[in-house]
Every structure is written in C-alpha cells, then in structure tokens.
Design a protein around this ligand. Structure first.
Ligand code: BV8
Ligand code: ZN
Length: 232
C-alpha cells in the first residue's frame, strides 16, 4: 500500500525521530491492553479503578496482587517483531507501557512516562524494594507498604521523563505513534506537540483514535505486522 512506502521513506529520511508507544505495542506479545476486559480475580474490576492510589489505599493486597500478576505475565512472554523493529531505529523511544519488552528487544534509554512493573518502591519513604515478599511487602527501611513503581491515575508523571518526551517531540521531524488510544493525558499530548511544531506524525493502530486528526499517515494494522514493513 502506498502509505507503507511513504512511511518507510519518511522514517529512513528522518533526522530526529521519535517513537511513542502504548499498550497496543505489547498486545501481540500476549500482554492485555487496558481496554481488554480484565480476567480472573480482577474480572469484576475496571483497570482505571485499580490503577489509582485510592484503590491501593483501600485494598493494598488486591492492587499489589494485580501488579504481581501482570509482572509475572510479562516475564513469561517475549518481545514481538514490532519491538524488534523499533529497536533497530536510532530514535528517542517514549513508552506509556510499564513492561520491559522494549528493553528486552534491545532498545536503550527508553523513556517510561508511566513507570515500570520492575521498580517497586516504599509508598512512605520511596526506598526501592528488591523482590519483596508479602501482599504487599513491608519496606525494610521504614515498614511502610511497598507499592508498584507505576504512575497511577491522578498521580503526576515523573517530571524528567515528561520533560524529555515533550522536548524530543518539539524537536523531531518525524514521530511514530504506535498502539495508543490517545485517551490518557498528558501522554496523548506528545504527538500533538510534534504536529504543532512541524513534525510529521505517522500512526500505527488497527483502530481510529483521537490522534487521527494530527497524523499525516494512518497505518491501520497491528504493530508486529506494520512496523517491520516500514522499518528497514
Ligand atoms: C495526571 C500505568 C495530574 C499504570 C497508566 C480525573 C481525575 C484524575 C485525573 C484525571 C481525571 N480525568 C482525566 C484525568 C487525567 C488522567 C487521564 O488522562 N484520564 C483518562 C482516562 C481520561 N491522567 C492522569 O491521571 C495522569 N496524571 O493527570 O496527573 C497531576 C498533575 C500534577 C500533580 C498531581 C496530579 C496519569 C496517567 C497515567 C496512568 N497510568 N499506566 C498501569 O499500567 O497500571 S495509563 C495506562 O492506561 C496505560 O499506560 C496506557 O497508557 C493507558 C491506556 O491503556 P490502554 O487503553 O490499554 O492502552 P492504550 O491507551 O495505549 O490503548 C490500546 C491501543 O492499542 C488501542 O488504541 C488499540 O486499538 C491499540 N491496539 C490494540 N492491539 C494493537 C494495537 N495497536 C497496534 N498493534 C496492535 N496489535
Ligand atoms: Zn519505607
């Protein structure tokens, strides 16, 4: 399709390339996105309710258990061809995902806007917690409950990561947005910053999203199929 050719040429010729990924990037590795209904123990919950400080406050064992389940699932799956294609790019890689699949595919200096499943920390004194036991584990330093190292709804994003992401988007000539619904803010602003400041935005997503409006090219397909076709 001519859009694939156009996208491949834009990417090959990009001087300053940014890639922004969302949960759809890991879907073909078998990691459910937020919009996939939750399963098992958590089937009766909405992820947007569980991924909040209030939920952790109310039921730390339930929320800690959900993140442990997700961490163990990520450890059992593999990066997909989309992650591997992105790892071949010389780009600033910004992800909303809390998994480590980009890193395991070989990407370095990944900017995690929403934290990581692999950096639990004390919810009181913020001390990093190694592989702690318990539901949730207690901080070895102060005894406080250990929490997942992710950004919950209502929490501020890590300032350095957000600043780096906005600066890269403002300076880029091409931005590829992959597998994000463009509904969660402020991450959803990143492609808009690029477009507003003259960058060309390419979207890879089987579905339309609010980001369609700022995209020069909309490649309607799954990441693991489309990305290897536009990244040499
Ligand atoms: C903030 C980590 C302010 C956790 C995540 C009311 C109260 C409080 C805040 C708000 C509010 N109303 C609005 C807000 C702002 C809120 C927000 O945006 N809410 C939305 C829902 C309206 N944002 C926040 O709260 C942010 N913080 O605003 O703080 C502040 C400022 C200063 C001081 C104090 C406070 C924090 C947002 C971060 C939340 N944490 N993740 C965890 O993972 O558990 S976000 C989480 O949901 C994911 O990281 C992801 O980014 C997002 C959405 O999940 P999904 O829908 O699954 O994924 P995605 O959006 O990427 O969609 C999947 C896409 O993939 C789809 O489009 C699908 O078509 C596509 N796809 C599927 N398969 C494939 C594919 N694409 C390609 N290939 C495929 N194979
Ligand atoms: Zn502590």
């Amino acid at each position: 399709m001519k859009d694939l050719r156009a996208a491949a040429d834009l990417i090959a010729g990009a001087r300053r390339l940014v890639v922004l990924t969302g949960a759809g990037m890991s879907a073909e590795s078998g990691v459910p996105t937020f919009r996939d209904a939750l399963t098992g123990l958590w089937a009766r919950f909405d992820a947007h309710e569980l991924a909040t400080p209030e939920a952790f406050e109310r039921d730390p064992a339930l929320v800690w258990g959900w993140y442990e389940w997700r961490r163990q699932l990520v450890e059992r799956v593999e990066p997909n061809a989309g992650h591997e294609a992105v790892a071949r790019l010389d780009c600033t890689l910004i992800t909303q995902n809390v998994d480590d699949l980009h890193e395991r595919a070989g990407s370095r200096d990944v900017v995690h806007l929403h934290g990581s499943l692999f950096e639990p920390r004390c919810s009181v004194c913020a001390a990093p917690a190694e592989r702690p036991a318990g539901e949730p584990p207690a901080c070895v330093r102060c005894g406080g409950p250990v929490r997942p190292g992710v950004v919950w709804f209502g929490e501020a994003l890590p300032a350095a990561a957000l600043e780096q992401a906005v600066e890269a988007a403002a300076a880029c000539d091409v931005l590829i947005t992959v597998g994000t619904s463009g509904l969660v803010h402020p991450a959803a602003e990143i492609p808009q910053v690029a477009a507003r400041l003259g960058g060309t935005v390419i979207q890879v997503n089987p579905e339309p999203t609010p980001l369609d409006a700022v995209c020069a090219l909309n490649l309607r397909g799954p990441a693991a199929v489309v990305l290897p076709q536009i990244i040499s």
